[in-house]
Structure formats: structure tokens, C-alpha cells
Design a protein. Structure first.
Length: 145
């Protein structure tokens, strides 16, 4: 059913809520996991246009993705990793489409209206602009048994 799952990682503690859910699903369905993190700092947003050097943020994010991918591969999963640069919703959607993903997995932080207005909502943008199913796992959610 879900042959390729895009896993949107934040490089925060929230990922520890999401990863057990998607790894359990991937093991059951023999799915490939495409780990994606979107670096969205100033350098990342202007990297190509201004031909900038990688920022420390981008280097740390790339290392995090590779470390996480290696750990999941050690568990027997098929995993690839991609560091995208720029606007998170746009890059997640573009990567899911180009990568032919069947499912997008993300964490939810439980912001309410005011929080979404202040912080923006990547989830809101993604779920309203894609036909691909979206799996949301609340940050801090228990791992599946």
C-alpha cells in the first residue's frame, strides 16, 4: 500500500515520537523511507541564488539525517535521506512528488489558532496542497506496541 514514505524530520525531540510509528509501518509493509529535513535559515534559503557556502546549520542537519538513516538501516529498513533547502511546506511537497511518495509522515505540535498564526503551520500547508495521504503523529506520542 505505502511503498515509499516521506518522513519529514525536524532535527528536534519531536522526531523521537514520529520515527517509531513510521518504522513500525515500514517494517510491516516493506516500505522505503525517505527521510527529509528542510533547512530554512537565511543561508539555506539563499544558498543556490547567492552561491553560498554551507552553513553550520546545514552541516548539522545533514549529519543528523545521515546518522538517523544509518541507525534505521541497521534495523533492516530501506532508507534514503535528503536535505532540502528553503520553505518547508513547499520543499516537503516537491520532494514527495518528485520522489513518488505514497505517504507523508509528520509530527504535530498541537498549536491552536494563535500558535499557528505566530509560528505558521507546515502541516496546514502540506495537508491542503497535496493529494498524498498525510500521517500526523503528535510530538510526545507513545511508540506503537
Amino acid at each position: 500500500m505505502y511503498r515509499k514514505i516521506l518522513v519529514a524530520l525536524e532535527n528536534t525531540h519531536a522526531d523521537q515520537s514520529l520515527l517509531p510509528h513510521v518504522t513500525a509501518l515500514a517494517k510491516r509493509l516493506e516500505s522505503h523511507l525517505l527521510l527529509v529535513h528542510v533547512a530554512d535559515g537565511w543561508v539555506a534559503r539563499n544558498f543556490e541564488k547567492l552561491k553560498l557556502a554551507e552553513s553550520d546549520e546545514m552541516k548539522a542537519d545533514k549529519e543528523y539525517l545521515e546518522r538517523t538513516a544509518a541507525r534505521l538501516r541497521a534495523e533492516g529498513l530501506s532508507v534514503s535521506a535528503h536535505l532540502a533547502l528553503g520553505d518547508p511546506p513547499r520543499e516537503i511537497l516537491k520532494t514527495a512528488e518528485v520522489g513518488h511518495c505514497d505517504l507523508i509522515a509528520m509530527t504535530s505540535h498541537g498549536h491552536r489558532l494563535l500558535g499557528d498564526l505566530i509560528f505558521g503551520s507546515t502541516i496546514h500547508e502540506v495537508r491542503h496542497r497535496t493529494a498524498i495521504p498525510v500521517l500526523l503523529v503528535r510530538a510526545g506520542a507513545k511508540a506503537p506496541s
